[in-house]
Design a protein around this ligand. Sequence first.
Ligand code: GDP
Ligand code: GDP
Length: 439
Amino acid sequence: MKPVIALVGRPNVGKSTLFNRLTKSRDAIVADFAGLTRDRHYGQGRQGSHEYIVIDTGGFEPDASKGIFKEMAKQTQQAVAEADVVVFVLDARAGLSGQDHEIGKYLRRLGKPTVLVANKAEGMKDGVKLSEFYELGLGEVMAVSAAHGQGIRDLVDLALGLLNLPEPEEDEQGEEDQKPVRLAVAGRPNAGKSTLINTWLGEERLVAFDMPGTTRDAISVPFERNGQKFELIDTAGLRRKGKVFEAIEKFSVVKTLQAIEEANVVLLLIDATQGVTDQDAHIAGYILESGRAVVLGINKWDAVDDYQRQLLERSIESRLSFLKFAPLHFISAQKRQGIEPLWKSIIQAHRAATCKMPTPVLTRLLMEAVQYQTPKKVGAYRPKMRYAHQGGMNPPVIVVHGNSLEHVTEAYKRFLEGRFRKEFNLVGTPLRIEMKTSH
Ligand code: GDP
Ligand code: GDP
């Protein structure tokens, strides 16, 4: 389970700037969907082998006169509550303010692992102004510059160091077949997650084992269905009721994000009566960014009329166009309609996400594609592709080797993607194509 870092501090100290530093996307793919990430407050980052989730509490504007507890937006309070470690951002140039004291008081009471950072410290002599921050009684202060990227690495080391994290496990490749399909059901509150999960867990053919997960507060339920092993990762507030599990509604963004990370396949449930909302698009964007396989379930199909159905199909096309690879199912969790095909898609998406693509086959496909359509010449350079191999699974990564590949256009990459997808029947999984050039 990825650790969660929350950034807090009064406005203008540089939280958003720091957030951008910490979440520097591993993959430019999100940038293609402007508007999707603009107001996101949750992001992911990685340092070395450690991955983490960052929450930016941009909306936090305490009014000292009213006291911090009243003013702290509910969302922010929840963010801090959900965090494993809090990074309290201060302004090294402005020095301590009354608001800083208020926030400091709150954090001291909270007693969560906290790192103090004095931002905007570029070009300042060490310790010049930092000493006053010790007044907060929250220990050492680190000088950083979010804008210039100074001290960020040490900050992450320190923040994660407070958590005594185990070294991440290596994924044993090759054992993927016998492993259960890790499945997460994501979606907004009220989308019908609990109803669907309860339907599943109540099915005769589905045997839930009496064994909750052990990692922090995560619960996962292993079960078997028609001989296929699954592990359901909780996003719906699963609770044990005697020997069985039941889902209760308790929406948590962090839990959803963590479950997505843990999963092989995410079933994204959308409430047909509400249409595709911003929050749906955000969750979808996060799933894509994480590289998980995804199946779309449009739930409550029983409760919408023909007109609403048309509107919905159009909004799926326009707002979730970046999930074109995901199979789409119209279901009713309540009336148990459309559930069986959903299982088929989930298994198919898992197979696609973990499929093996031998180098000779990839290289042959690449050569055929190049023969069909040669990459465009850019200036004096013509990209020359030589061979391809598989660079990863879930999501599948195809690494293309050759010369001048930095000049390969996005359009050409999409053309290649289409060819690879068709050959390996990659339904339900993102596919990443990387160019590795040798000059
Ligand atoms: P937030 O309100 O806490 O999210 O703060 P922002 O990230 O929006 O930053 C507020 C202002 O401080 C912006 O004008 C940033 O460009 C500036 N800023 C952020 N980090 C630094 C830094 O490391 N050094 C300097 N000099 N300015 C910074
Ligand atoms: P969750 O918050 O995503 O876990 O959503 P719930 O499973 O609690 O469902 C929210 C509400 O939608 C409940 O009142 C359910 O009875 C209702 N609901 C769930 N699935 C369906 C469905 O397929 N059709 C209709 N009409 N209502 C549904």
